[in-house]
Design a protein around this ligand. Structure first.
Ligand code: NAD
Length: 359
């Protein structure tokens, strides 16, 4: 039995989570496993109910679960709260910290049926879609290194951030990236800035050492500035991209933008014992409650949960194939609709995918 903590959150969060659960139930039926869901409050919904974005009762539910399925949090109603009490800072950052979720996996997939959504020319995309997985280190590097701050000096103020990577931090994220490459096309591109940063010289050395444990994976190293260019020049060359916290932050957004549709992008944040799965998009307060949100990012996040937390690769592939088929058949939620095909709402899209998964 797979135990899942379900945290729908705010805005369109509950709407898209409901569709992901429909699809998970269909996969469980077809592939013969059972999932136990426990729902808990998070974000603005939790602030309204109990005064805190991540209440202890929610952590208790997460503690007992193998994986967390997260919708989205935030909205105008809570924007005037002090920053550390706001839904995103008050819920997501503490969850990452609590479960040491150091590996952020963000696939940037452009399905062939959605090539026109990409800002890239068809000639660059070669008439095909692309499928890149960005593996970003999430709990170290320059965002957390000490000293950090703004200090008064005799000649004015000084802003300081410190980029530190320990060997063990690099090795564990590298292993996650190599493991992911092993179940994909066995190609890994490690991003660094080894020409100017000492932490990145070590990054390159340690990644090359870990590579010896994965002789089947072809590894190459790319400087981050070149990587930013190559992503636009020829995204089809990439399979798995491994990067530290800051470079991964920037490159994963660049890769996401190349797909052109925020409602399609899933993500996973993994530690050694637990995984948190969520769509890349936010709570979209502008369309919340209208039943028009695209649930596919959350459905694809649920597929990642089956793959990485529950080792149900076939069920994950089945969900991904169902999504691709539905798009090929011309079904579109409002955000993807360009005047052709069949426009469907959130729940119709969930039904269509669940139906295909059920077989
Ligand atoms: P957003 O991702 O919520 O929305 C950006 C735009 O994309 C909006 O026009 C929205 O309607 C559209 N959109 C997003 N997801 C969609 C979907 N599934 N289907 C169709 N259209 C979709 O980003 P934002 O507007 O910058 O932020 C809104 C709120 O969400 C803020 O409070 C922000 O703090 C929060 N937020 C939360 C998370 C999270 O929970 N992880 C992430 C980003 C933003």
């Amino acid at each position: 039995m797979f135990k899942v903590a379900v945290l729908p959150g705010d805005g369109i969060g509950p709407e898209v989570i409901a569709e992901a659960i429909k699809v998970l139930n269909a996969a469980a039926e077809r592939f013969g496993f059972t999932i136990e869901y426990k729902e808990a409050l998070v974000g603005g919904a939790a602030i309204d109910a109990v005064g805190k974005a991540l209440p202890q009762e929610t952590l208790d539910v997460c503690n007992e679960a193998h994986a967390i399925l997260f919708g989205a949090v935030g909205g105008p109603k809570w924007e005037s709260l002090p920053p550390e009490e706001q839904p995103e800072r008050g819920a997501l950052l503490p969850l990452r910290k609590e479960y040491n979720l150091y590996a952020n996996l963000r696939p940037a997939i452009i399905f062939p049926a959605l090539l026109d959504s990409s800002p890239l020319k068809n000639s660059v995309l070669g008439g095909k879609g692309f499928d890149i997985l960005v593996v970003r280190e999430l709990t170290g590097g320059i965002y957390f290194g000490q000293p950090k701050g703004i200090y008064q000096e005799e000649d004015g103020r000084k802003g300081v951030d410190t980029m530190i990577y320990h060997e063990w931090e690099i090795a564990r994220i590298a292993r996650k990236a190599f493991e992911a490459a092993m179940v994909r096309n066995k190609r890994l591109t490690s991003i660094d800035k080894a020409n100017v940063l000492n932490s990145m010289v070590l990054w390159r050395e340690v990644v090359s050492e870990v590579a010896k444990e994965f002789p089947e994976v072809e590894l190459n190293h790319l400087l981050v500035d070149n990587a930013a260019m190559q992503l636009i020049r020829d995204p089809l060359q990439f399979d798995v991209i491994l990067a530290g916290n800051m470079f991964g932050d920037i490159l994963s957004d660049e890769a996401a933008m190349l797909t052109g549709s925020i409602g399609m992008l899933p993500s996973a944040s993994l530690g050694d014992f637990k995984g948190l799965y969520e769509p890349v998009h936010g709570s979209a307060p502008d369309i919340a409650g209208e039943g028009v949100a695209n649930p596919l990012a959350t459905i694809l996040s649920a597929a990642m949960m089956l793959r990485y937390s529950f080792r149900q690769g076939d069920a994950a592939k089945c969900i991904e194939k169902a999504v691709e088929d539905i798009l090929n058949e011309g079904y579109r939620t409002a955000d993807l609709y360009r005047g052709e095909g069949t426009k469907v709402n959130t729940s119709e899209m969930g039904d269509l995918v669940a139906e295909r998964v059920r077989g």
